[in-house]
Write a protein that binds this ligand. Sequence first.
Ligand code: EPU
Length: 419
Amino acid sequence: MEYIVVKGGTKLYGEVNTSGAKNAALPILFAALLAEGEHHFHNVPLLRDITSTERLLHHLNCQTTREGTNLCIRTSPPKDYTAPYELVSQMRASILCLGPLLAKYGEARVSLPGGCAIGSRPINLHIEPLKLMGAEIAIEKGYVIAHLPAKRLSGAHILFENTTVGGTENIMMAASLAEGTTVLENAAREPEIVDLAAYLKKMGAHIEGEGSNVITIEGVESLKPAEHTIVPDRIEAGTLLIAGAITGGQVRVENCVPADIQALIDKLQESGFTITSGENWVEIAAGSAGHGVDIHTIPHPGFPTDLQAQFMALMTQCEGASVITESIFENRFMHVQELMRLGADISLNARVAVVRGHPGKLEGAEVMATDLRASASLVLAGLVANGDTKINRVYHLDRGYEKLEEKLAGLGAIIERRK
Ligand code: EPU
């Protein structure tokens, strides 16, 4: 099995590019199911969740062709409307084919994604709104079996009891082909929602309010394929910025949207780091250092749960204490035990971790990646630990980071992948 070895102690310097956003690309690729024909996408990152999506699309009778970061999807009516267990179990976001299949073909059979390392992750907020829109949905033998008795879904007023990114995306896609108007209240406001809305609009959808917590979708009878460039990955940009911060180097992250990581920039500045930014870049100044600050993960525009693990790695290197509260997922602290294997001083109580920072005090060791962002936090810790850190199970990292080792090595990190 592949693993990564990082030799700590090198300050990172230079410029690094951000790739396209995984979490924007996934729903947008599934949106292709809403219109038959050729969809053209650019800036699609090369990573495992994208190839898993392509595999599911192939199963649903689509063809895909990739050249670099350009991806063309040719959709035709599926022969069977099933997202099978063996594909869904590879990637939970496969549930995003439910709304498009149901809206376009009136049928969908999607394996239940189940829980994952970071929490139980139910899908009730995907299913209940579709029922309100006229779908009949049952859970049978581990599958969501959805059927539409009418010709089209009907628009509905939906109030999400919890803010859900995937739920908002699934219903926004389904509502685009529904009859009448759908209003989503307490909708997610993430930049990935805005990017999905941008693609749906190019396909001919009528959507207003994306980026706010009320989204209105006026359904249309049909949509057409279009062309789209995926937004930059804010979580990757944030991870690279933290890599600069944790090593005390000077890193300029290019081709990103600084406004999308404002919550991180604010916290880095509150901590004492010097950050400058322009329209599409953000830079951490050489030799700046921080002290412990508290973070509380909440939906966008708050501090993102997807940067919590990486920020925790940084806090182990900042003088003073930091209280980190995870309010999105109930079990997203699996990296704590692994950071402690490197010597981090962290105490954990349910959803709250207290980190006491001791700059320069981590010692390289063998650790295990438990999920995507946890893997990134271990790589970041490895950059400053004394000696070698060996990170096992890096397949988690490959789900969501494009060439992270290459990008870090380009900034001067001593890092390599071995078998
Ligand atoms: N929730 C429910 N019922 C539902 C759906 C969600 O109770 O039907 C709960 C979840 O259990 C969680 C909260 O609502 O406690 C938020 O979950 P959300 O639906 O927003 O998460 P998601 O759509 O499954 C996406 C990202 C995650 C990211 C979260 C939160 C994608 C493909 N995934 O997941 O990204 O952490 O939003 O921002 O967009 C990652 O990239 O590492 C990752 C996990």
